[in-house]
Design a protein around this ligand. Structure first.
Ligand code: PMT
Length: 404
């Protein structure tokens, strides 16, 4: 997949007469197959309404940093990292200054400061402001920080002056975004390799209203999939009912049970490598109950008879269509390294990432993970890292394994 298709763009609109062009940019990105999450600064809302751009984008426009409902669903840090690219269009002189200085006093500035996603800006301001030494310094700083700059164009300005400062046309910004994604995919060290990634929990039904599951949020699996996609891999993402937003730019297969996950993984083969991050339930009900289990008159609880689920990782490692590299995770609450080493051997995978999932670790559902990578050559402890960084580090290891 190339260009914008399947990519998620966080579009930050700051205050300025060019803000109306953000509507057209939203439409163009969507037409090219991407999705847009708009964020408006307070000044931007004087020029475009959150309702108009939110309706066009199909995602409510966000304006407030302390929106508690949203924080509960997806925190601003996660929001900043869930995108494939952050585009600031138009980027006002004031917003450029805030970015260059690292200010974080509203949702838009906090998002760009907290992100590890690449940022593209389309400046728009009066010609004197654009040529002011302070703006030049800020833009130079942003370029050296790795921010991509599109425009500005030269022409007649809303203030009646002529010169550089007009925001690049939406079509030109779209072309810059497309070129950015194309270049990234071409640079990708995993280009030409196909990966299967499992993620999230599975759900094993006891009866129509109760199930056995766990607290896996899918954040780690999603972060790994995103890192692999960013490196150009073709990813099939098989996920249980997880809270994390799905990664863009890959094939997604939604499943509920371990049996469904197993079948989806087998269907996705052949693949060059597999990463099993899913917290798969080891057992399911021996016999599914069609109707809700009733309390007995004497209060005796029912006996739940369980049966083993297929081990998806072991099946991949020992199957006829074994990927060239099979990677598992080992979720442990005690004897971390020893238990993980044993799992690597018994399941037959090449690498296993051991992680402590004891209650105090916060690994399940949390933003960070602390893992020990176990390979044939030994154990390599990684520092505690944001799950996105674990993904990038693993992707880099996979690339070097394949000699990329
Ligand atoms: O989703 P998050 O909230 O971000 O949390 C991430 C995580 C803690 C779920 C993740 O980092 C993790 O540790 N995943 C593995 C969870 C697990 O089920 O571990 P396990 O030790 O029980 O299983 C070992 C390996 O076998 C895992 O790769 C698992 O995917 C796989 N397995 C287990 C059972 C089974 N029936 N089939 C499997 O494929």
């Amino acid at each position: 997949m190339t260009g914008i298709a399947g990519k998620h763009v966080l579009l930050i609109v700051t205050g300025g007469i060019a803000a109306y062009k953000a509507l057209e940019l939203t439409r163009l990105i969507q037409k090219a197959g991407g999705t847009v999450q708009p964020i408006l600064t307070r000044a931007a809302t004087e020029f475009v309404t959150p309702l108009s751009i939110g309706t066009l984008a199909g995602h409510a426009a966000l304006t407030e940093l302390f929106d508690l409902t949203r924080e509960a669903e997806i925190g601003h840090i996660e929001l900043s990292r869930s995108a494939d690219l952050i585009v600031v269009a138009p980027a006002s002189a004031d917003f450029l200054a805030k970015m260059a200085q690292g200010h974080a006093d509203d949702l838009a500035s906090t998002t760009v400061l907290a992100t590890d996603t690449e940022i593209m800006i389309a400046p728009a301001m009066n010609v004197r402001m654009w040529e002011a030494p302070a703006t030049r310094r800020n833009v130079a700083q942003l370029r050296s920080d790795g921010v991509h700059v599109v425009g500005p164009d030269e022409g007649d300005m809303a203030c009646g002056e002529f010169g550089p400062g007009r925001m690049a046309e939406p079509q030109a910004i779209l072309e810059a975004i497309t070129a950015h994604f194309d270049a990234k995919a071409a640079r990708g060290r995993l280009k030409g390799l196909k990966a299967v990634v499992t993620s999230g929990p599975t759900r094993e039904w006891i009866d129509p209203v109760r199930y056995i599951s766990n607290e896996s949020s899918g954040r780690q699996g999603t972060a790994i999939a995103k890192a692999l996609i960013a490196e150009g891999a073709e990813v099939v993402f098989v996920t249980g009912p997880a809270k994390a937003p799905r990664p863009a730019g890959c094939r997604i297969i939604e499943v509920e049970t371990a049996l469904e996950m197993d079948a989806a993984v087998q269907d996705a083969l052949p693949a060059d490598f597999a990463v099993c991050v899913a917290a798969v339930a080891d057992w399911r009900m021996a016999e599914a109950h069609d109707q809700k289990l009733k309390k007995t008159p004497d209060g005796t609880p029912p006996t739940l008879e369980l049966t083993a689920n297929p081990d998806i990782l072991a099946g991949l490692s020992q199957g006829d269509q074994r990927p060239r590299l099979v990677i598992g995770f080992a979720a442990e609450t005690e004897n971390l390294e020893a238990n993980a080493a044993r799992k690597r051997k018994t399941k037959g995978c090449d690498w296993i990432l051991a992680n402590d999932v004891s209650a105090q670790s916060g690994t399940f559902g949390g933003p960070e993970n602390s893992v020990i990578l176990l390979t044939e050559s030994g154990a390599e402890p990684w520092p505690s890292l944001p799950k996105s960084k674990v993904g990038h580090r693993l992707a880099a290891r996979i690339a070097s394994h394949f000699g990329r």
